[in-house]
Design a protein around this ligand. Sequence first.
Ligand SMILES: CC(C)(COP(=O)(O)OP(=O)(O)OC[C@H]1O[C@@H](n2cnc3c(N)ncnc32)[C@H](O)[C@@H]1OP(=O)(O)O)[C@@H](O)C(=O)NCCC(=O)NCCS
Length: 174
Amino acid sequence: MLRGSGFVLRPLRAAEYADADAAREDGQSAKWVNALPQPDGERLVAFLDDQRRNGRLLHLAVADAESDSFQGEIVLFLRTPEAAEIDIGEIAYAISPVARGRGIASAAVRLLSEWAFRHVGVKRLQLSIHPDNVASQRVAEKAGYTYEGTLRSMKLIRGERVDGMVWSLLPDEV
Ligand SMILES: CC(C)(COP(=O)(O)OP(=O)(O)OC[C@H]1O[C@@H](n2cnc3c(N)ncnc32)[C@H](O)[C@@H]1OP(=O)(O)O)[C@@H](O)C(=O)NCCC(=O)NCCS
Protein backbone atom coordinates (compact mmCIF):
# COMPACT_ATOMS: atom_id res chain seq x y z
CA MET A 1 0.00 0.00 0.00
CA LEU A 2 1.26 3.49 -0.87
CA ARG A 3 0.25 6.45 1.28
CA GLY A 4 -0.48 9.85 -0.16
CA SER A 5 -1.91 12.96 1.41
CA GLY A 6 -5.51 12.00 2.26
CA PHE A 7 -5.52 8.88 0.10
CA VAL A 8 -3.86 5.50 -0.27
CA LEU A 9 -3.12 3.34 -3.29
CA ARG A 10 -4.04 -0.30 -2.68
CA PRO A 11 -5.35 -3.29 -4.65
CA LEU A 12 -8.87 -3.05 -6.06
CA ARG A 13 -11.52 -5.21 -4.39
CA ALA A 14 -14.06 -7.24 -6.36
CA ALA A 15 -16.89 -5.42 -4.56
CA GLU A 16 -15.63 -2.11 -6.01
CA TYR A 17 -16.40 -3.15 -9.58
CA ALA A 18 -19.43 -0.84 -9.91
CA ASP A 19 -17.43 2.13 -8.59
CA ALA A 20 -14.56 1.46 -10.98
CA ASP A 21 -17.03 1.05 -13.83
CA ALA A 22 -18.73 4.35 -12.95
CA ALA A 23 -15.39 6.20 -12.97
CA ARG A 24 -14.79 5.06 -16.56
CA GLU A 25 -18.33 5.32 -17.91
CA ASP A 26 -19.50 8.81 -16.97
CA GLY A 27 -19.82 11.41 -19.73
CA GLN A 28 -16.44 13.03 -18.98
CA SER A 29 -14.64 9.71 -18.94
CA ALA A 30 -15.99 7.31 -21.55
CA LYS A 31 -14.63 9.39 -24.43
CA TRP A 32 -11.06 9.24 -23.08
CA VAL A 33 -10.67 5.78 -21.50
CA ASN A 34 -11.57 2.22 -22.41
CA ALA A 35 -14.16 0.15 -20.55
CA LEU A 36 -13.05 -2.23 -17.82
CA PRO A 37 -11.51 -5.32 -19.40
CA GLN A 38 -13.73 -7.84 -17.54
CA PRO A 39 -17.50 -8.08 -16.94
CA ASP A 40 -17.52 -8.49 -13.13
CA GLY A 41 -15.47 -7.89 -10.01
CA GLU A 42 -14.23 -11.43 -9.43
CA ARG A 43 -12.96 -11.79 -12.98
CA LEU A 44 -11.51 -8.29 -12.98
CA VAL A 45 -9.50 -8.85 -9.80
CA ALA A 46 -8.27 -12.25 -11.07
CA PHE A 47 -7.31 -10.71 -14.43
CA LEU A 48 -5.43 -7.81 -12.81
CA ASP A 49 -3.63 -10.17 -10.46
CA ASP A 50 -2.58 -12.35 -13.38
CA GLN A 51 -1.32 -9.30 -15.30
CA ARG A 52 0.62 -8.17 -12.24
CA ARG A 53 2.25 -11.57 -11.74
CA ASN A 54 3.28 -11.60 -15.40
CA GLY A 55 4.91 -8.19 -14.96
CA ARG A 56 2.59 -6.43 -17.41
CA LEU A 57 0.84 -3.97 -15.17
CA LEU A 58 0.10 -2.87 -11.64
CA HIS A 59 -3.47 -1.74 -11.08
CA LEU A 60 -4.33 0.10 -7.85
CA ALA A 61 -7.44 1.64 -6.39
CA VAL A 62 -7.18 5.16 -5.03
CA ALA A 63 -8.96 5.00 -1.67
CA ASP A 64 -9.78 7.63 0.94
CA ALA A 65 -7.18 7.46 3.73
CA GLU A 66 -9.83 7.54 6.47
CA SER A 67 -12.93 5.79 5.13
CA ASP A 68 -11.05 3.53 2.68
CA SER A 69 -13.81 4.28 0.13
CA PHE A 70 -13.01 4.00 -3.59
CA GLN A 71 -11.99 7.32 -5.17
CA GLY A 72 -10.57 6.15 -8.46
CA GLU A 73 -8.01 3.92 -10.10
CA ILE A 74 -4.47 4.24 -11.37
CA VAL A 75 -2.48 1.80 -13.49
CA LEU A 76 1.21 1.38 -14.19
CA PHE A 77 1.75 -0.47 -17.48
CA LEU A 78 5.17 -1.84 -18.26
CA ARG A 79 6.11 -1.56 -21.92
CA THR A 80 7.29 -4.72 -23.64
CA PRO A 81 11.03 -5.42 -23.63
CA GLU A 82 10.39 -7.41 -26.82
CA ALA A 83 9.81 -4.08 -28.60
CA ALA A 84 13.08 -2.79 -27.12
CA GLU A 85 11.08 -0.46 -24.87
CA ILE A 86 13.21 -1.44 -21.91
CA ASP A 87 12.36 -0.10 -18.44
CA ILE A 88 9.59 2.19 -19.70
CA GLY A 89 6.35 2.51 -17.76
CA GLU A 90 3.11 4.22 -18.68
CA ILE A 91 0.57 5.48 -16.17
CA ALA A 92 -3.19 5.83 -16.72
CA TYR A 93 -5.93 6.94 -14.32
CA ALA A 94 -9.61 7.66 -13.77
CA ILE A 95 -11.12 9.35 -10.73
CA SER A 96 -14.72 8.91 -9.55
CA PRO A 97 -16.86 11.87 -10.69
CA VAL A 98 -17.61 12.95 -7.09
CA ALA A 99 -13.91 12.92 -6.12
CA ARG A 100 -12.65 15.03 -9.03
CA GLY A 101 -11.18 18.50 -8.64
CA ARG A 102 -9.46 17.85 -5.30
CA GLY A 103 -5.97 17.20 -6.64
CA ILE A 104 -6.22 13.42 -6.20
CA ALA A 105 -5.18 12.43 -9.74
CA SER A 106 -2.06 14.59 -9.85
CA ALA A 107 -0.96 13.52 -6.35
CA ALA A 108 -1.59 9.84 -7.16
CA VAL A 109 0.37 10.08 -10.42
CA ARG A 110 3.24 11.73 -8.59
CA LEU A 111 3.22 9.12 -5.79
CA LEU A 112 3.09 6.13 -8.15
CA SER A 113 5.78 7.69 -10.36
CA GLU A 114 8.19 8.10 -7.45
CA TRP A 115 7.49 4.54 -6.30
CA ALA A 116 8.01 3.13 -9.82
CA PHE A 117 11.38 4.83 -10.20
CA ARG A 118 12.53 3.65 -6.80
CA HIS A 119 11.05 0.16 -6.56
CA VAL A 120 10.41 -1.03 -10.10
CA GLY A 121 13.51 0.62 -11.48
CA VAL A 122 11.89 2.09 -14.58
CA LYS A 123 14.04 4.66 -16.34
CA ARG A 124 11.25 6.57 -18.05
CA LEU A 125 7.57 7.08 -17.30
CA GLN A 126 5.04 8.40 -19.74
CA LEU A 127 1.42 9.42 -20.04
CA SER A 128 -0.47 9.45 -23.32
CA ILE A 129 -3.42 11.78 -23.39
CA HIS A 130 -6.10 12.60 -25.96
CA PRO A 131 -5.42 16.12 -27.34
CA ASP A 132 -8.91 17.26 -26.26
CA ASN A 133 -8.61 15.95 -22.69
CA VAL A 134 -7.62 19.22 -21.06
CA ALA A 135 -8.14 18.06 -17.45
CA SER A 136 -5.75 15.14 -17.93
CA GLN A 137 -3.13 17.41 -19.53
CA ARG A 138 -3.36 19.59 -16.42
CA VAL A 139 -2.85 16.48 -14.26
CA ALA A 140 0.31 15.67 -16.25
CA GLU A 141 1.62 19.19 -15.78
CA LYS A 142 0.82 19.23 -12.04
CA ALA A 143 2.54 15.85 -11.58
CA GLY A 144 5.72 17.29 -13.08
CA TYR A 145 5.62 15.61 -16.49
CA THR A 146 7.00 17.28 -19.63
CA TYR A 147 5.04 17.41 -22.88
CA GLU A 148 7.07 15.88 -25.70
CA GLY A 149 4.78 15.85 -28.71
CA THR A 150 1.67 14.36 -30.22
CA LEU A 151 1.84 10.95 -31.86
CA ARG A 152 -0.65 10.27 -34.61
CA SER A 153 -3.03 7.32 -34.33
CA MET A 154 -1.33 6.22 -31.13
CA LYS A 155 -4.21 4.99 -29.01
CA LEU A 156 -7.18 2.69 -29.48
CA ILE A 157 -10.06 4.12 -27.43
CA ARG A 158 -13.32 2.15 -27.62
CA GLY A 159 -12.49 0.87 -31.09
CA GLU A 160 -11.35 4.20 -32.55
CA ARG A 161 -7.74 5.10 -33.28
CA VAL A 162 -6.90 8.52 -31.89
CA ASP A 163 -3.83 10.74 -31.52
CA GLY A 164 -2.00 10.76 -28.19
CA MET A 165 -0.08 13.60 -26.52
CA VAL A 166 2.99 12.06 -24.90
CA TRP A 167 4.25 13.41 -21.59
CA SER A 168 7.26 11.99 -19.76
CA LEU A 169 9.08 12.01 -16.45
CA LEU A 170 12.66 10.83 -15.81
CA PRO A 171 14.13 9.61 -12.52
CA ASP A 172 16.20 12.74 -11.86
CA GLU A 173 13.10 14.92 -12.19
CA VAL A 174 11.38 13.70 -9.02
C1 LIG B 1 -8.67 13.75 -15.62
C2 LIG B 1 -9.01 13.32 -14.20
C3 LIG B 1 -8.29 12.02 -13.90
C4 LIG B 1 -8.55 14.42 -13.25
O1 LIG B 1 -8.76 13.96 -11.92
P1 LIG B 1 -8.75 15.02 -10.70
O2 LIG B 1 -8.49 14.26 -9.44
O3 LIG B 1 -9.95 15.86 -10.79
O4 LIG B 1 -7.47 15.87 -11.09
P2 LIG B 1 -6.76 17.01 -10.21
O5 LIG B 1 -7.76 17.54 -9.23
O6 LIG B 1 -5.48 16.44 -9.71
O7 LIG B 1 -6.42 18.11 -11.29
C5 LIG B 1 -7.34 18.42 -12.29
C6 LIG B 1 -6.89 19.71 -12.94
O8 LIG B 1 -7.54 19.79 -14.17
C7 LIG B 1 -8.27 20.99 -14.20
N1 LIG B 1 -9.44 20.75 -15.02
C8 LIG B 1 -10.47 19.95 -14.76
N2 LIG B 1 -11.35 19.99 -15.77
C9 LIG B 1 -10.83 20.85 -16.68
C10 LIG B 1 -11.24 21.32 -17.95
N3 LIG B 1 -12.37 20.87 -18.52
N4 LIG B 1 -10.45 22.20 -18.60
C11 LIG B 1 -9.31 22.64 -18.04
N5 LIG B 1 -8.83 22.21 -16.86
C12 LIG B 1 -9.61 21.33 -16.20
C13 LIG B 1 -8.59 21.29 -12.76
O9 LIG B 1 -8.91 22.65 -12.59
C14 LIG B 1 -7.30 20.91 -12.10
O10 LIG B 1 -6.30 21.89 -12.26
P3 LIG B 1 -5.98 23.01 -11.10
O11 LIG B 1 -5.64 22.24 -9.87
O12 LIG B 1 -4.86 23.79 -11.66
O13 LIG B 1 -7.23 23.80 -10.93
C15 LIG B 1 -10.53 13.12 -14.01
O14 LIG B 1 -11.20 14.27 -14.49
C16 LIG B 1 -11.07 11.90 -14.72
O15 LIG B 1 -11.11 10.81 -14.16
N6 LIG B 1 -11.45 12.08 -15.99
C17 LIG B 1 -11.98 10.97 -16.78
C18 LIG B 1 -10.92 9.91 -17.08
C19 LIG B 1 -9.69 10.48 -17.77
O16 LIG B 1 -9.77 11.43 -18.55
N7 LIG B 1 -8.53 9.86 -17.49
C20 LIG B 1 -7.27 10.25 -18.09
C21 LIG B 1 -7.12 9.61 -19.43
S1 LIG B 1 -5.56 10.11 -20.18
